[in-house]
Design a protein around this ligand. Sequence first.
Ligand code: NDP
Length: 347
Amino acid sequence: MQVQRVVLNSRPGKNGAPVPENFRLEETTLVPDLKDGEVLVRTLCLSVDPYMRCRMNEDPGVDYVAPWQLSESVDGGGVGVVESSRCSTCSEGGVVTSFNWPWQTYAVMKGSVLQKVDPQLVDGHLSYLLGAVGMTGLTALLGVREKGNVIQGANQTMVVSGAAGACGSIAGQFGRLDGCVRVVGICGSDEKCRALVDDLGFSAAINYRQEDVPTRLKEHCPDGIDVYFDNVGGAISDTVIAQMNRDSHVILCGQISQYNKDVPYPPPLSEEIHETLRRKNITRERFMVLNYMHKAEAALCELSQRVKSGQINVLETVVNGIENMGDAFCSMMKGGNIGKQIIKISE
Ligand code: NDP
């Protein structure tokens, strides 16, 4: 059968912004000749995520992901349906997901790398399995719970950067549900600010491209900042940390403002910020969702219930067609998405 796939065409270089031309669409022939344990899957939707930027480098600089190879299929989070199976745990018609789904319209995969999912978990909205009821939802929920020290009734203020993205949009809602009296989001457009306040219940939002972040933070956080969910790092995070209270907590989730630079992860802080952290006894522990997979099942149950009951609202930006994978990835890296960036491959 003829299938389409996306391969890595070139590397942006450690100090370059990725461009759609770094990816190439190919037609190829797939022989659906299954061996024992294999399944043929049809791809329904794919995820693009910031961590993929380091997979574009020859040396990803971290030990938990491998680099993508030139002219080979790119892979990441995906959801699909089993078309035919020679694996006892995967039945035809079943919905399956994997963190290593090839960017292909159809693929032959080992059944052992696929997780079966019950579509009821997301009321049939299968793309949520890549976002709010998947990896980014887990990152938000577990990040807040493991590193945020949010306490009901403690009158805490939370700030979230990258607030209108997949993780940030859910993290802020959990901050509020778990007891913060004020949740302020920082993001890159007025449209995103409106979505945070009107659709997701944030107390206020700051457009860092248009507004003076230190001034607006002071206005919106009159009692200082107790919890900071950091998705971006760099100058925005330095500004937030400068306004944090004594004994407060940074959830070090990501540092996307530094991903197109040749710096280690997490990128080094200035001596001044180190001094602020020390002087005010602010914790800033690195959070890695992969270290909490033993808590994933219970957390996914909670995410599913909260989404179904409407306590957590989900935002997505959906693009159609495998030919748009590269565009969608580059757009997400520059802020083109509101909520989770999803690419729909087939119905
Ligand atoms: P998002 O959906 O948040 O998309 C990325 C967003 O980052 C863009 O929409 C853009 O929004 C923002 N952004 C891009 N460049 C900059 C910049 N220079 N300064 C400020 N904001 C910028 O992606 P995810 O929710 O998937 O990921 C968010 C963060 O969480 C990333 O840092 C990622 O690496 C991290 N992460 C960490 C995990 C962990 O286990 N620790 C797991 C998953 C994700 P805007 O318009 O606001 O600029």
